[in-house]
Design a binder for this molecule. Structure first.
Ligand SMILES: C[S@@+](CC[C@H](N)C(=O)[O-])C[C@H]1O[C@@H](n2cnc3c(N)ncnc32)[C@H](O)[C@@H]1O
Ligand code: SF4
Length: 387
């Protein structure tokens, strides 16, 4: 019998698309905000957008909210407050739901963090990137290392104890010792979570068009990654995903849900959603118009939808693996069945091939990537592409 597709946990992603300045390596949907930004109109648009999508999630509980960007901390706290009030009048939030706001240290102002906290935000994610002023300059960042230290301390003084610091490595001109110093500077601030991303040259960015000449090569980047992984573990940060490390009990619930092939509504310019439609036994992906001006004009109407895509059963194994194989914990065969509506028998040949390569290992109902499998994620996931 084919297993039923059941609705997994649901979270809410909210995209805030403006930044003070566009960084040369960044391909996120982020736009330099020139002049006064339309904060009020954008919050109205977000609420209208949410209202429009509500029928997709009637009766379901929301387990977390993630304000991503762009630079969400450009929005003064009263706008975050107004959005959260509007959202909680329309959705049922789980008690203690994680509410994260991405923050650029260059936008930290005294007194702001208390107000974000009062609005309901209980986790901040800081885009630190590096504590080396030379590296920060080459990355085109608007902050320096002292701004980074003081922004994190301001947040801690305001009572935030659930903080993430984003760091990037394999930066132009960066040595292994410099990458390790960045981590030591992060440890000194005692965050609950560290995201450690390898700099990638994304198409359509300034760095892709004119790549810096002194970026560490593949072996150099691998060396940094291995040493930094060990250093993170020594300091009590357990790796749970390719780039994510957390103290016990402090994994990012929103991202974890996403990697477990959970559901999320996507509100805001260019935001993506993935929703399981239990009654229709289908999975819907929906995305919104990318450009803030077009989005503002259309939000709350069908014209704001950039596209809808139904994920046919034969595409689901690949999509599922693309997410869950990023996780150190891998997945359970039960969860594969309930999240995809397919039977474990449907992927047995691919699983056997992956075990034979030494890429995956099985422990009862659980399937995990091995260390070798984590090095070759693309090859492992590729096994599950439908023919
Ligand atoms: C949307 S940004 C969030 C924070 C905020 N916008 C900032 O930059 O301060 C998310 C994170 O993705 C990472 N990131 C962005 N572009 C990247 C790239 N090309 N390679 C690796 N990591 C990248 C950065 O660490 C960044 O903090
Ligand atoms: S501040 Fe963050 S989102 Fe904005 S351009 Fe830089 S990396 Fe991208």
């Amino acid at each position: 019998m084919t297993p039923a597709l059941t609705t997994p946990p649901l979270s809410l992603y909210v995209h805030l698309p403006w930044c003070v300045r566009k960084c040369p390596y960044c391909d996120f949907n982020s736009h330099e905000g020139r002049g006064a930004l339309p904060f009020d109109a954008y919050v109205d648009a977000l609420i209208a957008d949410l209202e429009h999508d509500l029928p997709l999630v009637w009766g379901r509980t929301v387990h977390g909210v993630f304000f991503g960007g762009g630079t969400p901390s450009l929005f003064p706290p009263e706008f975050i407050d107004r959005f959260l009030q509007g959202a909680s009048a329309r959705l049922r939030f789980a008690p203690g739901a994680e509410i994260t706001l991405e923050t650029n240290p260059g936008t930290a102002e005294h007194g702001r963090f208390e107000l974000y906290k009062a609005a309901g935000v209980n986790r901040l994610s800081f885009g630190i990137q590096s504590f080396d002023d030379g590296c920060l300059k080459r990355l085109g960042r608007i902050h320096d290392s002292l701004d980074a230290d003081s922004a994190v301390k301001l947040a801690q003084d305001a009572g935030f104890d659930n903080l993430n610091l984003d760091l990037m490595y394999a930066l132009p001109g960066q040595t292994l010792a410099m990458a390790e110093t960045d981590l030591q500077r992060a440890f000194a601030l005692d965050p609950a979570h560290i995201s450690h991303y390898q700099l990638t040259l994304e198409p359509n960015t300034v760095f892709a068009a004119r790549p810096p000449q002194d970026i560490p090569d593949e072996d150099g980047a691998w060396d940094i990654q291995e040493h930094c992984q060990a250093l993170l573990a020594e300091h009590g940060y357990g790796q749970y995903e390719v780039s994510a490390y957390a103290r016990p009990g402090r994994r990012c619930q929103h991202n974890l849900n996403y990697w477990r092939y959970g559901d999320y509504l996507g509100i805001g310019a260019g935001a993506h959603a993935k929703i399981t439609l239990g009654a229709e036994q289908d999975i819907l992906r929906r995305w919104k118009l990318k450009h803030p001006t077009q989005y503002l004009a259309a939000a709350g109407t069908p014209a704001a939808i950039g596209g809808d895509d139904r994920i046919a059963p034969q595409r689901r194994p690949f999509e599922y693996m693309l997410n869950v194989l990023r996780l150190v914990e891998g997945f359970s065969l039960d969860s594969f069945e309930s999240c995809t509506g397919l039977s474990r028998q449907d992927i047995e040949p691919q699983l056997q091939a992956a075990y034979a390569h030494g890429w995956l290992e099985r422990d009862g109902d659980r399937v995990r990537p091995t260390e070798l499998g984590r090095r070759f994620t693309n090859d492992v996931v590729g096994l599950f592409l439908s023919q």
